[in-house]
Ligand binder design. Structure first.
Ligand code: FES
Length: 96
């Protein structure tokens, strides 16, 4: 089972998840600092930095890919509402 580490401010949250679970479902099951609004790769509120394990997330395609390109996002940035967790990952959430 993949592990997910979520860093936010000085806190570290460690969760074990079912392979293929999306961050939306993960955050529905656990209280996390990741915020969602549109859930359709349109608002960007769920953006996160992938510190480790980018290769263990479902690839950015379609609307997420277009959004990240339009926002000139850094290579380590992904939209949590679009990602599925396929292996161990560590993400950093910026303070609002
Ligand atoms: S919740 Fe709006 S882009 Fe992810």
């Amino acid at each position: 089972m993949p592990s997910v580490v979520i860093r936010f401010k000085d806190q570290i949250q460690r969760l074990t998840v079912r392979r293929g679970l999306g961050f939306q479902a993960l955050c529905a099951e656990h209280e996390t600092p990741i915020e969602f609004d549109c859930r359709e790769a349109d608002c960007g509120i769920c953006i996160m930095h992938v510190v480790k394990g980018m290769e263990h997330l479902s690839p950015a395609v379609g609307e997420e890919k277009d959004f990240l390109k339009a926002m000139h996002a850094d290579a380590d940035e992904r939209l949590a509402c679009q990602c599925r967790i396929m292996g161990d990952v560590e993400v950093l959430i910026d303070e609002a």
